[in-house]
Ligand binder design. Structure first.
Ligand SMILES: [Zn+2]
Length: 221
């Protein structure tokens, strides 16, 4: 594992002060085909490293990517976030014994209120699906993959993505569809992704698309 740094932080919603940790300088050994980082060692260690991407307040469940430093919420935002956190179905069920993916879902709920782009909400759901896979929580993995696809489709339609972000997002819509068993759909999106690639910096993605397209074709047959 990398170097763990423990710091006190104050929740911008409920003012609760708690200790949180962040990890610096860990190593990865490549990525899986949905871009989930691979870590040396045990899957559960990898899951913990991914979980450090979000911070969640243990008192009210407010959560956000990275830490709470520099977050400036208006009075209305705070109270709307509090309402959403109270009413959210998954948080209601899981708050008392939070599963490892809960922070990502909480950050998604809070991000909606803060006007996050669909691309960024999708990214939170994608990371939640990685944690679920590493923790062998298959039904939740699929749930979060499906939500990622929905956010990414909305983003592709409305957020004017370009360059690397456009190519990677389009590819991921294909790859997540393949993982969800929709192989024809996946093939279409791999082709779309190929068309978006312009610069040589994305040669790695081009190779990945070719490989995954082949897999989807075999699986669709
Ligand atoms: Zn709080």
């Amino acid at each position: 594992m990398g170097q763990v740094e423990r710091v006190y932080t104050r929740c911008p919603v409920c003012e609760h002060v708690f200790r949180t940790s962040s990890v610096k300088g860990y190593t990865t050994v490549g990525r899986e085909s949905d871009l989930c980082p691979k870590f040396p060692g045990r899957q559960s260690d990898g899951s913990r490293l991914i979980q450090h991407h979000v911070t969640m307040c243990p008192a009210c469940s407010f959560a956000s990517p990275e830490d709470f430093a520099g977050l400036d919420l208006s009075f209305d935002q705070r109270s709307n976030i509090e309402d959403r956190l109270q009413e959210d179905g998954l948080l209601r069920v899981f708050r008392t014994s939070p599963p490892p993916w809960l922070g990502f879902h909480a950050a998604e709920v809070c991000g909606q209120e803060q006007g996050y782009r669909a691309r960024d909400l999708g990214d939170l759901c994608l990371r939640a699906s990685w944690v679920c896979r590493k923790e062998k929580e298959q039904p939740f993995e699929s749930t979060f993959q499906l939500r990622t696809v929905r956010y990414f489709l909305r983003s592709l339609e409305h957020e004017g993505l370009h360059g690397r972000e456009l190519s990677v997002t389009t590819y991921l819509v294909g790859e997540l569809n393949r993982r969800l068993g929709r192989h024809r759909e996946a093939l279409n999106w791999y082709v779309n992704a190929e068309r978006t690639i312009e610069d040589e910096g994305l040669a790695w993605l081009d190779r990945l698309i070719t490989r995954q397209k082949e897999r989807a074709r075999e699986q669709a047959a």
